[in-house]
Ligand binder design. Structure first.
Ligand SMILES: [Zn+2]
Length: 225
């Protein structure tokens, strides 16, 4: 479940920008309702913040048409995404949090650290390339490449490597971990039931049943052969 916890108060701007950036990658302009749904809040609550983001020159916002990021807004989004992923790595690598805890826990304080703390964390972590869920830690908009091949799109016989997994459903992440699914793991689809049925897959050395929702939350890169 998404809590939308980071969506309130002074952290709101960066939370909005992160979501708008991600949604714009899927379809632009972003509708107010799509944004509200992604943030798990009522559409009426987002309009106020959207107006303020527009005043700051971070987005173009036309009511009933949608939202696009300005170049300034893109830069600010990338900064917010970068910070989130660095803080996630800090939580898992240095503080021993599990990967299903990192996302929510990061939202609680990531906007309250200085740029210098963020910079030093990054160095102390050995300049990681990805967050615990496999997403790149970006320096520019092009780095925030969104994988679009899900495990579910594979056909029986096809092999793939897990690149990243959706990070905002803690229970799902916990379950994934129990199946041995994480970035870097190789998976071979053995069978797939029709009508959104589960697939049978070889995960590392184990055979697993992976349901539709789970398989759609796992992004992969196909492997040849
Ligand atoms: Zn993450």
């Amino acid at each position: 479940m998404k809590t939308g916890r980071g969506a309130q108060g002074k952290d709101a701007f960066s939370e909005y920008l992160k979501h708008i950036f991600r949604l714009e990658n899927v379809s632009s302009p972003v509708s107010t309702s799509a944004l509200a749904e992604a943030m798990n809040v009522a559409p009426s609550t987002v309009t106020d913040t959207l107006k303020r983001l527009a005043e700051k020159g971070l987005i173009n916002y036309v009511p009933y048409h949608g939202i696009t990021l300005t170049p300034e807004g893109q830069k600010a989004s990338v900064k917010a995404i970068r910070r989130h992923r660095i803080v996630e790595r800090f939580l898992t690598d240095m503080l021993g949090f599990e990967w299903h805890e990192a996302h929510e826990e990061a939202l609680l304080f990531e906007n309250n650290i200085s740029e210098e703390v963020e910079r030093r964390l990054f160095v102390a972590l050995n300049r990681p390339k990805v967050c615990p869920h496999g997403y790149p830690i970006p320096s520019k908009p092009e780095d925030v490449r969104v994988e679009d091949t899900t495990l579910y799109s594979l056909e029986p016989g096809e092999k793939a490597e897990v690149i990243s997994v959706k990070d905002d459903e803690p229970e799902l992440l916990q379950f994934m971990a129990s199946l041995g699914i994480k970035p870097g793991v190789k998976i071979k689809v053995e069978a797939k039931d029709p009508f959104k049925g589960p697939l049978q897959a070889q995960v590392g050395r184990s055979r697993r049943t992976v349901g539709w929702h789970l398989a759609n939350s796992i992004y992969v890169r196909k492997l040849g052969g």
